[in-house]
Write a protein that binds this ligand. Structure first.
Ligand SMILES: [Zn+2]
Ligand SMILES: [Zn+2]
Length: 298
């Protein structure tokens, strides 16, 4: 049973569930609930992309939690899927955003992936999640106050922060880094919700997302553990400019950026990098993916 508790110190909501601790943790490679089969949560039949309600939801109505399984194959990864499959996933996301926003009680829809065990993925099979929050999460609430006045993403970004510019999107390193190799994928157009993107915008966004993920893997020399998150306008719509946020927890040399005293206790991030360094270091890997990686994928 999930209950929402409001923090009397800040007014922030937290979602608590004593039963979720019993969800599967260890059976990564033995019985996978997301591989098609007799005991699977996705059924026995092959599929392209599957969506279903999370058996161990973070919310119960109002609110919702869904799982998006990217592929029937256990060792696939969003970064390396054929481009057509990545585009299909974007379409599925847009459809689910549209439906979930219509549901009574939904205040904000959040799409994300915890990529890798190090960031808490309990099932190895590539998948992402969608939360329909019954409240507006604190980070989004804080951002909305800024967007109400002027859009911080509709601006000229210095070249020293830009990793790549497409026709519709740019990959930029955020000025105020919260994680060492954080990157934003931002539409050039002032658009608030994933559902408002046109087909060509989705197509290019999917391509640049895959390129960035592969560039991370190339740079770190392994499958990079990261959180990938979509920030978009609340269900009731407010001035906003959507973005995908990529937050690797690796900081190079096999070291991990832990959230510790300042971050956990105060929400104040301390990072041993400046954005220009991030851009410089990731640039060669991304350039390679743009020039050579596509030939392998199409
Ligand atoms: Zn599997
Ligand atoms: Zn904007």
């Amino acid at each position: 049973m999930t209950t929402l508790h409001q923090d009397a110190l800040t007014g922030e909501w937290v979602s608590l569930n004593g039963d979720r601790q019993s969800r599967p943790v260890t059976d990564f490679e033995t019985i996978c609930p997301f591989c098609p089969g007799p005991s699977s949560e996705v059924g026995e039949l092959p599929f392209d992309v599957a969506v279903f309600e999370n058996k161990f939801p973070a919310f119960r109505h109002p609110g919702n939690a869904e799982v998006v399984v990217y592929s029937p194959r256990h060792y696939d990864d969003l970064a390396y899927l054929p481009p057509a499959r990545a585009r299909l996933i974007w379409k599925v996301w847009a459809d689910r955003v549209h439906d979930l926003e219509e549901e009574p009680g939904t205040r904000a829809v959040f799409i994300f992936e915890n990529r890798g065990q190090k960031v808490g993925a309990t099932i190895g099979h590539p998948h992402g999640q969608i939360y329909a929050y019954p409240y507006i999460p604190p980070r989004l609430q804080a951002e909305l106050r800024y967007f109400a006045h002027t859009c911080p993403l509709c601006r000229d970004v210095p070249d020293t922060l830009v990793l790549s510019r497409g026709q519709y999107w740019r990959l930029e390193v955020p000025w105020a880094l919260r994680m060492p190799y954080q990157v934003h994928l931002v539409p050039e157009r002032h658009v608030g919700s994933l559902g408002e993107l046109g087909e060509e915008e989705q197509r290019e966004g999917a391509r640049m997302m895959q390129q960035l993920l592969r560039a991370y893997d190339r740079f770190f020399g392994m499958r990079t553990a990261l959180v990938m998150a979509l920030y978009q306008t609340p269900a009731a719509r407010a001035p906003y400019h959507l973005r995908w946020d990529f937050m690797p927890i690796d900081r190079g040399g096999g070291k991990i950026k832990y959230l510790a005293g300042s971050e956990l206790a105060m929400g104040a991030f301390v990072v041993d990098m400046v954005p220009e360094q991030v851009r410089e270091r990731l640039q060669p890997a991304l350039d390679w993916e743009e020039q050579e990686g596509e030939k392998l994928g199409e």
